[in-house]
Design a protein around this ligand. Structure first.
Ligand code: BGC
Length: 743
């Protein structure tokens, strides 16, 4: 049906102030008999709230979300059969600037895709013998209303007295409204949305309402999130409530430094005729605290993000660890607002490729990401085709090429690979395959005669805590060592993927590349006695995790990594590239105790230090709040950045102990490795085959394990503390035995 939309994009014929009033659109139509089915297709250049016969349609917010609009613009579909009336009907929408028109990214560009909000709507009425279509066109009329100002970054101003009451009902007098005008837009970009929509997913009551030293009212919602505040007020006409948002307080006052230029300020002017409830519709903020000026009765934080199904849970006998896990989940929620972003609060919020590449394996465990990441990867592929390189963030906004960088550009291989391993669907690989092959071949061309990357920009071990404040890429690990280690891994993954897809010639080509880079890596970075010539925890972690040591070198390399980790006092000495790999590299080389000491450290910088500081999300840098209580001075200091939460993958795979042997967990490994002072862990994962549960308990010298393995799957169970290995079929299994060695 998609080619014959019988509708066009429309915009108001009057001028709109940038970030000013949001246009309302409406049209009436008559229905003689009730249709068998009525379907509303709707999207916008901007963000759209559709209405029909006096009510908003559906529960999506900020639709259509953010995609690479000039390639792919999703259309939402709503069944509105029940809302159609015999006789007169009215359909319409309010459209905000959203990402297509409003400010986006750190350069705060405006009007990247369109110069004003435009609506596209198609209502089809299906009768036994015909289908009638009401499509947007010049017979729609427009006006402005209660939304006086709005911006995703800066907030919304709503004057309830200006709402054209009844505008979405038939019979409304729209004599003062003006005809819409058509907007040129390629309808081939439209497709029915495949990702879950953005919705309101949780409501949080205030944890505390206090008065700040300067006398302001501060509401603490107890959780950093992406969303907005819903107010209940009861006041006189025009009375105003202003809500300013922030992630932290300093000296008891709202501290908005982590937002950079973002105003994150909403204003509501009351109708004044009794209790009123209001929540902004065309903005989203990253916040935990709100400073509220003006009279209000209640304030509720409403979390807003892509409504993906939750699939993975983990809990252990250590509350700090549980909070680390919960913080990771909240950072994922806050950063999946339509697409995977770096942060939800400041003037950035971009689809940074490196962040999701690092976080991918954790993300695919926690939620079913096939919809959101599948859609985003399609955008990546479209932009890569257009640009000739993998953009560093997608949608891309720059006019210059992104360099090919480790962890960022190779997202086109490693993210589909992580998704395939988790969900077992080879269509994910097939869809991403052209992106992968283009990336691998382009990168192979940049290698020097030795087979190494040795020039051009690299992010290195981004945000190594020891990197100079003004050079986050300048960490301890040599940036080309990082780049070459990642390339060896990515080329190997690409070879495996090609083989799975039956592309044997490609598999041979990529396998040969992986061998070549590995050999070159060893020649360049390994000493004769099997140590790394440039030693850092990140370098050892990557070389161990990516198979760059020979089997007989691994134990020594693991020992060397453990001693580097010990030298750092079991604090974190790695950044985006290294951090996800240190814990697995330690536990895979017999250094479990060092891994647990690193995991459970609370001194700064460490996984648990922010938790002792009250963090409710993962921070961009471990010391975003420094031990003296001050905020890190760098402009890049977000309190909601999932990238470093990638380390939580180890809680799932090693502490909880579940990993796929065959993609989609048709065959799985259950191999929990207790350690530290943990006495129990419980893990649950809804795989594509059904629920897997793993629990272990230590009680004195007694170990008990329970595992539930779904129908159609089997598990290799490695019972910890020398309980041996067993193969089990579907069903519920339990073991109890005396530990043959102390935990
Ligand atoms: C973002 C990152 C991103 C990085 C790379 C930052 O501003 O927040 O997480 O990956 O830039 O340049």
């Amino acid at each position: 049906m998609e080619p014959n939309w019988q509708a066009q994009f429309i915009a108001p014929s009057f001028a709109l102030e940038p970030a000013g009033p949001a246009p309302y659109f409406r049209r009436e139509f008559t229905v003689d008999e009730r249709p068998e089915r009525a379907t509303l297709h709707v999207t916008a250049l901007g963000v759209v709230e559709p209405h029909l016969n006096g009510a908003r349609v559906g529960d999506e917010v900020l639709a259509p979300g953010w995609t690479s609009y000039h390639h792919r613009l999703p259309v939402s579909v709503h069944d509105v059969t029940e809302q159609i009336l015999t006789g007169a009907n009215a359909v319409g929408a309010v459209v905000g600037e959203g990402w297509a028109v409003g400010e986006v990214g750190y350069s705060r560009q405006r009007e990247y895709w369109a110069d004003r909000p435009a609506l596209f709507l198609r209502l089809s009425l299906e009768y036994p013998d015909r289908t009638e279509v009401i499509g947007t066109g010049t017979d729609f009329t427009c006006a402005t209303g209660a939304v006086l100002a709005h911006s995703l970054f800066h907030g919304e101003t709503h004057d309830a007295r200006r709402e054209p009451g009844g505008w979405d009902l038939p019979g409304f007098d729209d004599g003062s409204w003006t005809a819409a005008e058509p907007v040129d837009w390629d309808l081939d970009t439209l497709f029915v949305r495949t990702a879950e929509p953005i919705r309101r997913t949780a409501e949080l009551a205030p944890a505390a309402i206090t008065t700040s030293p300067s006398g302001r009212t501060i509401v603490d919602f107890g959780q950093n999130l992406s969303g907005r505040v819903r107010l209940r007020v009861d006041g006189s006409p025009g009375e105003t409530v202003t809500v300013r948002h922030a992630e932290i307080l300093t000296g008891g006052e709202l501290d908005t430094r982590s937002l950079r230029s973002v105003a994150a300020t909403d204003r509501y002017r009351m109708r004044g005729d009794g209790p009123e409830e209001w929540e902004p519709r065309f903005t989203v903020h990253g916040f935990r605290y709100a400073e509220i000026e003006g009279p209000f009765e209640t304030a509720t934080a409403v979390a807003v993000h892509s409504d993906m199904p939750r699939t993975g849970w983990f809990e252990a006998s250590n509350e700090l660890l549980n909070r680390l896990h919960a913080n990771t989940v909240w950072s994922m929620r806050g950063n999946f607002v339509g697409l995977p972003t770096d942060c939800p609060q400041r003037d950035e919020r971009l689809g940074w490729t490196g962040d999701i590449n690092a976080f991918g394996p954790t993300a695919v465990f926690l939620y079913d990401t096939r919809g959101v990441l599948g859609s985003w990867l399609a955008d990546v592929a479209a932009e890569q085709r257009e640009q000739g390189f993998v953009p560093k963030f997608v949608p891309y906004l720059e006019s210059y090429p992104s360099p090919s960088t480790a962890l960022w550009s190779d997202v086109v291989v490693s993210l589909p690979w992580a998704m395939y391993r988790e969900y077992g669907d080879s269509a994910i690989l097939r869809d991403a395959y052209p992106s992968m092959t283009a990336f691998i071949r382009d990168t192979a061309e940049t290698l020097n005669a030795d087979g190494l990357r040795d020039s051009g920009f690299q992010y290195g071990d981004w945000l190594d805590p020891d990197a100079p404040g003004d050079d986050p890429a300048g960490g301890k690990a040599d940036r080309y060592l990082v780049a070459n280690a990642y390339l060896a891994r990515t080329a190997r993954e690409a070879a495996q993927i090609a083989a799975i897809l039956g592309e044997q010639a490609d598999a041979d080509e990529f396998g040969a590349l992986a061998d070549r880079v590995r050999t070159a890596f060893r020649r360049a970075y390994l000493t004769e006695d099997g140590a790394l010539s440039e030693e850092s925890a990140a370098a050892y972690a990557l070389a161990l995790s990516f198979g760059l040591f020979e089997p007989d070198e691994r134990q020594r390399a693991g020992e060397r990594l453990a001693s580097l980790v010990a030298d750092a006092g079991y604090t974190i000495s790695t950044g985006f590239a290294g951090t996800p790999w240190v814990l697995p590299a330690l536990s895979d080389t017999g250094q479990l105790e060092a891994a647990y000491r690193l995991l459970l450290q609370t001194e700064c910088p460490s996984f648990l230090y922010p938790i002792a500081q009250g963090a409710t999300t993962i921070w961009e840098r471990w010391d975003a709040i420094r031990p003296d209580g001050t905020m890190h001075p760098a402009a890049m200091t977000s309190f909601n950045h999932y990238a470093l939460g990638a380390a939580v993958d180890w809680l799932h795979r090693t502490v909880g102990g579940l990993s796929p042997i065959e993609p989609g967990y048709r065959r799985m490994r259950i191999a929990p490795k207790p350690g530290g002072d943990l006495t129990s862990a419980d893990l649950r994962l809804c795989t594509v085959h059904g629920d897997v549960r793993v629990s272990w308990r230590l009680d004195g010298g007694q170990v008990s394990i329970e595992a539930t393995v779904p129908e159609g799957t089997e598990a290799v169970v490695e019972l910890p503390l020398n309980g041996g290995t067993e193969e089990v079929a579907a069903g519920r299994h339990s073991w109890s035995y005396a530990a043959a060695q102390p935990a």
